[in-house]
Design a protein. Sequence first.
Length: 180
Amino acid sequence: MRHTQPLTRSAPAAAAVTAALALAAAPAAAGPGISVSANGSTVSVTTSACTLVGGGWGTASLLAPGQTSFAQGRRSALAGTTVSQSAAWQSVRPGTYTVIVVCSDNITAGTQSIVVAAASKPTVSATSAPARPSRGVMGGLGGAVRDYRTVTFAAGGALVGAGLIATGWVLRRRPRPYRL
């Protein structure tokens, strides 16, 4: 009579490897949302989420620190085509800003924060997100303020490698008839 061993021992290891691979291959931006960039003292936003309603695409607003609503910021009308719409602000002082895009049908296309540095290149501090309510706590932003680029990529690669090594070790220790 042949005994079969359930996969419960190897399931956690397989799940860990699968999760690590999924995280390593996940894209940086989710949903249509918006894309914010800065060049010197000019901040620009691009989206493809808005449709032409009533002769306009919508409005984008640049909120300075302490400003909490769309109406308080520097507003700029979106211009573009059915493929892409954009807006820009000139002479933006160094600091952390939030860009909100509201389409002409009153649907928020996205919200994104950007840090404009004095003499260095600005860095985007949050990933683009699909429509979200404009009020409330910006949870999860604390760890995304700095972009470690190579360090983040190397740490993710190390986690994936460690998961693969652990999986191989567990499979090697199993009795011969039950190996995968």
